[in-house]
Design a binder for this molecule. Structure first.
Ligand code: FE2
Length: 286
């Protein structure tokens, strides 16, 4: 995209990062609380662009929590991913091993939407870059509004009203990990509409990703095949935005209408990539 227009709003500037979604927000210091007008203007931009990139920030964990809480209630993390004792609601996303050295492994590389296996899946994720590799380590987003809207009318009517079962157990099984009984109790399988209505915009979008296991009242194999085909449709290049991280970025995205994944396009055995994550709880999808 060229010639992106800079638009001034309530004390900050917004510049689109692609034709489809995402915008950078310039001129706000996230370490300070917003007044109500600024908070509301940021939230409107968030609904409009789905991904906001706040540039040039340097937040402590406490400041990140305070920023995030202006938009809702913080989500606890999966039993295995709890943060540290002092900051249980801030999860560190990193490729470092127990010796704090780059491990060569990057997590969250498959398409997903955060906490989709919860009864009230996440509304938004806030991710703050702490240490970045010299290049790459992108986060890629797929727009599920656009994916739904690109379906034919017969495909839309075929999936409207269909439930999809999201399972933490199955999604871990798919990456070769057997979860504990505690984790199973913590995150039992949950049914959500495959075509969900966004609670704030009223627009329809697909809701699936790697935690989506199978379809309600559809034979297992057929349901899985349908989900795979829909994911292939929803992640075509023209429906994506690739975020190239800059030092100081705070990214805030809408989990209700996007899929995302981390790209392995950097040398994860050589360079650290560390980010701090907070999540906001959403509302039931039904
Ligand atoms: Fe994620």
């Amino acid at each position: 995209m060229t010639d992106a227009a800079l638009e001034t709003r309530q004390g900050f500037d917004v510049r689109p990062l692609s034709d489809l979604m995402a915008a950078e927000v310039i001129g706000l210091d996230l370490s300070q609380p917003f007044d109500k007008e600024t908070r509301d203007a940021v939230y409107r931009a968030f609904l409009e662009y789905q991904v906001l990139a706040f540039r040039g920030q340097k937040l402590t964990k406490d400041e990140q929590v305070a920023f995030t809480e202006q938009f809702g209630t913080l989500e606890r993390h999966a039993a295995r991913n709890r943060g540290t004792a002092t900051h249980p609601l801030v999860h560190t996303v990193s490729n470092l091993n127990a010796e704090a050295k780059p491990s060569g492994t990057v997590s969250s590389t498959r398409w997903h939407t955060d906490k989709s296996f919860r009864p009230a899946p996440s509304m938004a994720t806030v991710l703050h870059a702490i240490t970045l590799p010299p290049d790459g380590g992108d986060t890629v987003f797929a727009n599920m509004y656009a994916a739904y809207e690109a379906l034919s009318e017969s495909e839309k009517s075929e999936i409207d009203g269909v439930g999809v079962i999201h399972s933490w157990e199955l999604s871990r099984d798919n990456i070769g990990r057997v979860i504990s009984e505690e984790e199973k109790r913590d995150a039992p399988p949950m049914t959500h509409p495959l075509a969900r209505v966004h609670p704030d915009t009223g627009r329809k979008c697909l809701f699936m990703g790697m935690h989506a296991s199978h379809l309600d009242n559809v034979p297992m194999a057929a349901g899985r095949a349908r989900i795979e085909a829909l994911e292939a449709h929803a992640t075509q290049p023209q429906l994506l935005y690739r975020h190239h991280w800059q030092e100081g970025d705070v990214l805030m995205w809408d989990n209700r209408c996007l899929l995302h994944h981390a790209d392995t396009n950097f040398d994860a055995a050589r360079y650290p990539r560390v980010l701090h994550r907070t999540c906001l709880r959403g509302t039931p999808t039904g």
